[in-house]
Design a protein around this ligand. Structure first.
Ligand SMILES: Cc1cc2nc3c(=O)[nH]c(=O)nc-3n(C[C@H](O)[C@H](O)[C@H](O)COP(=O)(O)OP(=O)(O)OC[C@H]3O[C@@H](n4cnc5c(N)ncnc54)[C@H](O)[C@@H]3O)c2cc1C
Ligand SMILES: Cc1cc2nc3c(=O)[nH]c(=O)nc-3n(C[C@H](O)[C@H](O)[C@H](O)COP(=O)(O)O)c2cc1C
Length: 814
């Protein structure tokens, strides 16, 4: 086979040598515009795992790389005058030039033809090739030529970066953050040989412009960076080796993805590889890894096709024929695009972290928590993963976190002198090692929660005439004994016509209040959990059937055959609306009288909640219900003072909030649940959510419970582990108000990571609590944390559960 690789970067060179090795009869040519043994760029980084893979495919190259690379385990942060280091991260770094030289000489040894100083204009320049590999990097001409086939998706990111080097040697992988009068700069620094370190400087576009870096020459930019990082550089210089590049030396990262990776141009097959087909931000330093692994996989597919071709699968070096190229290219894309996507997602998270850290984290977080947040930025590294990497560092962090939590709780000491607050309380008193962050206490106003787990509100559709009964006592009682710090009652409605279904509870009469008081008293006397109520009005989403009889389906219109309590009632909301098009009943627009009446109902329900003894109250402003219908532009088309801009749409929910806050005891906390994203074009966005949170904060809210969606059936949510946590993170760190994260938080590891990184203060867990009321106790045993206190009558079960999980862990490790 005659193969031409356009571009002699890591992808083209490594593929050429692997294919030549697979079958020396193949003709392989690499065409490179630069001179032989000449390249720009400093060091590149990849993981130990990539090295192992390379060793399998070509030990000669792996040996040479290994003897040249710098290996390091530690990551160091220099921030606000502090230096924090953690180990166990396992990277290798090598000069890009050194890497290419090794690949070039190996190509020569295997008789790959290397053609330097030749600009390939197009694949048409090589009519005799059977296969053209477009390994021509991020600005691939071949990709542009067939853009309609490859369908590249190119996103240019807002941060500016400059790729510099220095003779100062940094032993750990080092991150430095420095604040200037216009904002924060970050440096990513790693040594790649015994004389040089890579030094990438990054900042947001606005900071870059404010410093007039757009007008500075390369030398001026270097001098500027030397000044910003002078404390660290201590007279050492920064250098550039990209003087040949035209335009600003400051670049914007471009994320590239392609729908299609290969194409038949009428004469031959063309396939994209490396940066030409995908890029990954340097924040997780994996572009070279991806390029090398592409080369390995394409070779592997040729090898497999050859093995299939030769009889009985023997002789796996049998050459795959030209006729097999289409299937090989298809398999290459099918396999690689999944791995690439996974890595691109992680790289995206890491990149976004660096884009927002100046605004969101640098000023807000203390160095310990900032380090944790930075280490977990790609969201691939979790709490327990950090423990595996560096147990000592993580325990130090946990100790620091526990002390902070304790200080926060003790800040108003007299409020609850006998409160059980984790470390130093109950069984926890005997612990030597610190509690995981999930099990640290938390305080809002006078209420101390023993840990960070919340049983999220979940409608149970089991009330009669709005009165909670034995079902609720057992349901909530079991969850209160199950270890969570705070247990929420489901959405409890402020009027009969504010219910979602006839099975929803209410607080609009004294019978309901007394029924709730029985439950609250039980929880207080049999557990150390706190109990919260969520009050709301269903608005246009009311008058529907219990979930198991058809969720969101309207009740039947009043008629003699339908029992009275099951008959539909009229609906109100911000604007006329039919939640399920063509199915739901229409709501009518609320007038001022409706608004006054509903507000009074909220206040009355609040008084009853206080009389029932609840510890915490949440105002439900999410999920398309009545108050939410005012906030979202999708459901509010009012032309009066309560419609239009967000500030107007918030007016009624804020009025209700203020009235409820005034009626609710000052010593007790109030949270507000919002839909932080409508997931619909034209709806509420996470940007809006920050402003919504600011407005409720200004009105006196203590916390924002960050849910999303359920406002419109047009929604297109992007689900995944902890998928709503980014909203809690943003609101907490941009609006400066405590948050509750919720949504697909299903393990202690999730809770620990979220709380530790300062993405939220509490984690609400819903569906897992339906399956297991003792979710918190179970998760504690799973991670081997013994400091959690079980209800006295259940204690015999604790050591047994701990032993069973211990055995499971040991078996897994073995
Ligand atoms: C600041 C920064 C830091 C980075 N850090 C890391 C890191 O730490 N770890 C990591 O793994 N990756 C890193 N990368 C990314 C990494 O450099 C690339 O992902 C990797 O080099 C991709 O390899 P490639 O072979 O696909 O493309 P390239 O390395 O870009 O090679 C393409 C080659 O094609 C040649 N070429 C292009 N067009 C033509 C043409 N028409 N004719 C002839 N020749 C042509 C070019 O001269 C070039 O040599 C970093 C990138 C940047 C910008
Ligand atoms: C059966 C059920 C009922 C729910 N009822 C409510 C409710 O009354 N109020 C509310 O704000 N959210 C309600 N939710 C949403 C949950 O509180 C939570 O936000 C959501 O289920 C995501 O969390 P999870 O992934 O842990 O389940 C309900 C969820 C479920 C599964």
């Amino acid at each position: 086979m005659n193969i031409v690789c356009i571009g002699g970067g890591p992808a083209g060179l490594y593929f050429a040598l692997l294919m030549k090795k697979l079958n020396p009869n193949h003709q392989l040519t690499v065409v490179e515009r630069n001179r032989a043994y000449d390249t720009f760029g400093w060091g590149v980084v990849f993981s130990d795992a990539t090295m192992e893979n390379m060793r399998i495919w070509d030990p000669e190259t792996a040996d040479q790389i290994e003897s040249s690379f710098a290996h390091w385990d530690d990551i160091e942060l220099q921030f606000k005058g502090r230096t924090i280091k953690s180990g166990g991260h396992g990277f290798v770094g090598i000069g890009r030039k050194k890497l290419l030289n090794i690949l070039q000489s190996r190509c020569e040894a295997l008789q790959v033809r290397l053609v330097f100083e030749t600009e390939a204009d197009s694949d048409a320049d090589y009519p005799d090739a059977d296969l053209i590999v477009a390994s021509d990097g991020i600005n691939s001409r071949i990709r542009s030529r067939y853009a309609d086939v490859f369908e590249p998706d190119i996103v240019t990111r807002p941060n500016r970066f400059i790729w510099l080097g220095t003779k100062k040697l940094y032993e750990p992988f080092t991150f430095i953050f420095e604040k200037t009068e216009h904002g924060w700069f970050a440096a990513h620094i790693y040594k790649f040989d015994d004389q040089t370190s890579t030094f990438i400087v990054e900042c947001p576009e606005a900071v870059w412009l404010a410093h007039r870096l757009d007008r500075m020459s390369l030398d001026e930019s270097i001098a500027f960076c030397e000044q910003v990082f002078a404390n660290n550089l201590q007279g050492e210089h920064l250098m550039s080796n990209a003087r040949h590049l035209r335009g600003s030396a400051w670049l914007n990262f471009q994320r590239i993805k392609c729908e299609q990776w290969s194409h038949f141009n009428g004469r031959q097959h063309v396939v994209l590889m490396g940066d030409a087909v995908h890029t990954a931000h340097f924040a997780i330093g994996s572009g070279t890894k991806l390029a090398l692994e592409d080369a390995i996989e394409l070779t592997n597919q040729f090898k497999l096709a050859g093995a299939v071709k030769s009889e009985g699968g023997q002789g796996d070096e049998s050459p795959a024929g030209i006729e097999q190229i289409p299937q090989v290219l298809q398999a290459y894309q099918a396999i690689r695009h999944i791995d690439v996507l996974r890595l691109q997602n992680a790289a995206w998270n890491a990149m976004e972290w660096f884009e927002v850290c100046g605004e969101r984290y640098c000023d807000q977080l203390e160095p310990e928590q900032f380090m944790y947040s930075m280490l977990t930025r790609s969201q691939r590294i979790s709490h327990e993963n950090l423990r595996l990497r560096d147990k000592g560092w993580l325990e130090g962090f946990e100790r620091w976190f526990a002390q902070r939590a304790r200080a926060q709780v003790l800040s108003q000491t007299q409020a609850q002198p006998d409160a059980k607050i984790g470390v130093g309380a109950g069984e926890g008193a005997k612990e030597k090692s610190p509690p995981p962050p999930m099990f640290t206490p938390y305080k809002q106003r006078s209420v101390v929660l023993k840990n960070r787990v919340v049983v999220s509100p979940m409608a149970q559709y089991s009330a009669h005439d709005g009165v909670p009964g034995d079902f609720h006592l057992v349901h909530l009682g079991a969850r209160a004994m199950g270890g969570a710090g705070l247990v929420f009652v489901e959405m409890t409605c402020t009027s009969a016509d504010g219910r979602i279904t006839p099975g929803c509870p209410g607080l609009y009469n004294d019978t309901q209040r007394e029924a709730f008081k029985r439950i609250v008293d039980w929880v207080h006397s049999h557990s150390d959990a706190k109990i919260a109520i969520q009050i709301g009005h269903a608005g246009a989403k009311g008058s529907t059937r219990r979930a198991w009889d058809g969720i969101d389906q309207p009740l039947q219109a009043p008629q003699p055959a339908v029992p009275e309590g099951e008959q539909a009632w009229p609906l109100i909301s911000a604007s006329p609306q039919q939640y399920l098009k063509g199915v739901s009943d229409w709501s009518r627009e609320m007038n001022r009288d409706d608004m006054d009446r509903v507000l009074q109902d909220f206040v009355a329900a609040t008084h009853r909640a206080a009389q029932a003894g609840f510890d915490w109250l949440e105002l439900h402003c999410a999920h398309g219900y009545l108050l939410s219908s005012f906030i979202s532009p999708l459901t509010n088309q009012r032309t009066d003072d309560y419609g239009g801009l967000l500030a107007n749409r918030l007016r009624y929910p804020l009025r209700v909030f203020a009235a409820v806050r005034a009626a609710w005891p000052q010593a007790l906390p109030m949270s507000v649940r919002i839909s932080a994203h409508d997931w619909v074009e034209g709806g509420i966005t996470p940007d809006d959510a920050v402003n919504i949170a600011r407005a409720f904060k200004a009105a006196g809210a203590d916390m924002i419970d960050c849910s999303s969606g359920q406002v419109s059936k047009e929604e297109q949510p992007v689900y995944g582990r902890m998928f709503q946590t980014p909203f809690a993170d943003r609101i907490r760190n941009e609006a400066g108000i405590a948050t509750i994260a919720v949504g697909a938080i299903s393990e202690a590891d999730h809770v620990n990571s979220i709380i530790s990184a300062g993405r939220a203060d509490l984690c609400a867990v819903a569906r897992p609590h339906l399956a297991n009321p003792a979710w918190t106790l179970t998760e504690a045993a799973k991670i081997g944390y013994k400091g959690v206190v079980w209800p006295a009558p259940y204690r015999a079960g604790k050591p047994q559960m701990e032993t069973l999980f211990e055995r499971e862990r040991a078996a897994r490790e073995a």
